[in-house]
Every structure is written in structure tokens, then in C-alpha cells.
Ligand binder design. Sequence first.
Ligand code: ZN
Ligand code: ZN
Length: 239
Amino acid sequence: MGILKNIADIIFPPACLGCEEILAREEDKYFCPDCRRQIRFLTGSICPICGITFFDSPAESHLCGNCIEQKPFFSLARAVAAYENVMLEAIQKFKYGRDLSTGSHLASFMADFPFPDFDCRAYDMIVPVPLHIKKLRQRGFNQAVILAQALKKKWRMPLTYFLLKRAKFTLTQTGLKKKEREGNIKGAFAVSDEKAAEGKNIILVDDVFTTGATVNECARTLRRAGAKEIAVLTLARVI
Ligand SMILES: [Zn+2]
Ligand SMILES: [Zn+2]
């Protein structure tokens, strides 16, 4: 395996997911040092529920205003990095440019990240946020599934592709405010097999956490079907 990987690296040397420059140094994985410097990782002082990072405050972790005002249906949400600069560009290239090679590298990058205060062993299965069939046909793949597959491989746990399904077609959430997003997404999901969800701790996976309306609606749907705890993991988060 080691030899095969070395040969593959010579034929297809790994390139930076940001600027596409060849990564020459052994210690550079996924991003070159310049691009890596642009990434704001979401660690340090965070909200223990939604995981938002208080970049300006060195204080200990504490609940954020949103989570105090309205406790989400998930028990924790964590993301790798802020959705900006090279992270935004790489994710858009994957999703809208349909670049599956970038997608699978981003997925490994996500699986390598030590999500703060999260232990995969506390969970029973991974569930990707589903795309509506119309969107899926348009794009050809569900980006959440690609990310979830890397986590499944890393943590050796079941990935339940179709536990959640889209119950209705919703307009794009882009450009909508938090309350509008919540209204737009309400009732958008259904659980295909309630028995499979009952009493389970579930890791919900998506690419970007924007206001959290989509993953919160997924978590609400899973909890109504009897799921116990929901953790949300995303590659990036709008800050
Ligand atoms: Zn780069
Ligand atoms: Zn919070």
C-alpha cells in the first residue's frame, strides 16, 4: 500500500486544494502553507452547542446568544473552518464545478480534523443531509454523501444513506434570512425507517452550516422519529 501510494504521488503529485500548486513537502497535506494561513479553523473558545468560535474572546467556552434564545434540536454542531477565502473557493469548485477529485480530498481533510469536544464512539451511525432528487439529477452527486463516506472510512461506522429523505422540494436557501430559512425548510424532510432511527445517536453530515436552519430541521425530524442525540458535522461554517 505504501509503495503504491508513493508511485501514485509521483504520477499524480498532490496539489493544493486552494491554488492547485504541487505540494512538494511531505508535511503539507491538502493545502500549501500560503493557502493554509488563510483558513480559520473553528477551535478554541466555542459555543458548546452550535460550535461557533468566539475569535475575539480568549474567554472559556460559553453558550452563544442564538443557542440561549432557542435551543437547537441537535446537541452539538462542529465545523472544520470558516466558509471564506480558500475554503469557500474549494467547496464551490467541488459543488458547482462538480470537481469530485477536490471533493474527495476535502472529505479526507474533514475526516482528519479533530472536532473539538466530539467523540465519534458515542454515535451509532452517520447520515448525510439529503438532496432533493431534482437537485441530485442536476448536480450528479450529493456533496454531503462524499463527505460522509470519508468519515465512515475513518471511523469505521455505518453510513445510512437514505434514513433521511426530502419530503418536498424547497426553494434555495441562498439569500434568505434566518427566520425565512426556517420557514422555507420546515417539513422538507422525512425519515424513511423510523425503527432504524429509534433510540440512536446520529451524526448528521453536510458541507456548509449557514444559519443552521437545514440541519436543525433534519435534527427535528430525526428526533421526532425517536432518535436520541444528533451531532452535526460540516466542512465549513458561515461566520
Ligand atoms: Zn495553495
Ligand atoms: Zn451556540
